[in-house]
Design a protein around this ligand. Structure first.
Ligand SMILES: *Cc1c(COP(=O)(O)O)cnc(C)c1O
Length: 357
């Protein structure tokens, strides 16, 4: 890993596409900024780190990523405050996690200096694409893929590490209705559920489509052994409020260690909310729904931040969840937002300035 940060070369666009973008009508993840970061792994070294105009790649159809799905990714966001400064939210966590994911997928780890220098340079170059104001942010997608040519089933010896950026609006999901999984699984013991492996998402699409056909948006995943314990909601971690207690599953090799989840736990602790990080059985949830002590379910993840669930289905029975006037979901969403947009103090040190005046 001897690529030094001074070697990130920059090729700027001839003409920015910024003026063509309708920021009021963005579809999540469909609009990309002018530039992207690319770095290649060859001969055992990450090299040729560069920022270039966003655009298509030329890759052999025999590249291993297309055949064996050897690919991982991250999702993070940059937020602009009223003074025009831009902050990332806990980017160290994403850096560590992409390398953890890479390790699980037999992908070489990426050097920290290049990762952060790339983020600084890329976001500064495209800073006008970061819109201020409630809900607006820049979604940042680092990812790694196996580019070695050849369809032999073995780890690639060449990779591309890239970073793309998308301006996004608040990820409005509306009321999320979920189905509790009784047949399909997202991840298994000893599997890749704790990694942000590309294929984890691909594998979720089919069961999620089945849920959609029934009028639900997401699947709440349960343990793959018995479908007895609640684990994640779609591509988010999941929280339950029973009485005044906040309950979420412990991370494991089936459950992804979300940055938003971690942050919600810290905020709950600060607020003196009783928290239980433990397995929650479906039977306990049903019991709580029936006796009225189930007050909230919400998902947590970078894209939607906090996503309240309005109903869940189990054994074809639908259980509605009433809105709470003292909603934990609303409280955490607000507190996170105030830290992310530099509106409130940041006692946890979560904000990471990238563009400063
Ligand atoms: C990315 C992801 C999350 C959320 O993680 P954040 O760091 O909060 O964005 C939760 N579950 C799964 C399966 C994920 O892939």
């Amino acid at each position: 890993m001897n690529t030094s940060i001074e070697h990130i070369s920059i090729e700027k666009v001839q003409q920015s596409r910024l003026s063509e973008v309708d920021f009021d009508n963005l579809t999540f993840g469909n609009t990309f900024t002018d530039h992207m970061f690319v770095c290649d792994y060859k001969d055992g070294v990450w090299q040729d780190a560069k920022i270039v105009p966003y655009g298509p790649l030329t890759i052999s159809p025999a590249a291993k990523v297309f055949h064996y799905g050897q690919a991982v990714f991250e999702g993070m966001k940059a937020y602009k405050d009223d003074a025009g400064d831009v902050f990332l939210f806990r980017p160290e966590e994403n850096f560590e996690r992409i390398n953890k994911s890479s390790k699980r997928m037999a992908i070489p780890e990426f050097p920290k200096e290049i990762f952060f220098e790339a983020l600084h340079k890329l976001i500064n170059l495209d800073k006008d694409w970061v819109q201020g104001g409630d809900g607006n942010s820049l979604y940042i997608r680092p990812f790694v893929m196996a580019t070695q040519v050849g369809v032999s089933a073995s780890p690639s010896d060449e990779y591309k590490f890239m970073i793309l950026c998308c301006p996004v609006k608040a990820y409005y999901t509306g009321d999320v209705r979920v189905v509790i999984a009784q047949e399909f699984s997202r991840s298994a013991d000893g599997g890749v559920g704790a990694a942000k492996a590309a294929g984890n998402y691909g594998a979720q699409f089919y069961p999620t489509n089945l849920a959609r056909e029934k009028g639900f948006q997401q699947v709440v995943w349960t343990d793959s052994n018995e479908h007895k314990y609640l684990e994640e909601a779609g591509t988010m971690n999941v929280f339950f409020r029973i009485g005044d207690k906040l309950i979420t599953a412990p991370t494991s090799d089936r459950i992804l260690d979300g940055v938003t989840r971690k942050s919600v736990l810290a905020l709950a602790e600060r607020a003196g909310i009783p928290v239980e990080v433990r397995k929650l059985a479906v039977t306990e949830l049903l019991e709580a729904a029936k006796n009225g002590s189930l007050k909230e379910i919400f998902g947590s993840g970078t894209a939607a931040v906090i996503s309240p669930v309005s109903a869940f289905s189990y054994d074809e029975t639908v259980y509605d969840i009433e809105k709470q006037s003292d909603s934990y979901a609303a409280r955490f969403k607000k507190e996170l937002k105030e830290i992310q947009y530099n509106i409130q103090e940041d006692p946890f040190g979560w904000r990471y300035p990238v563009v400063t005046h």
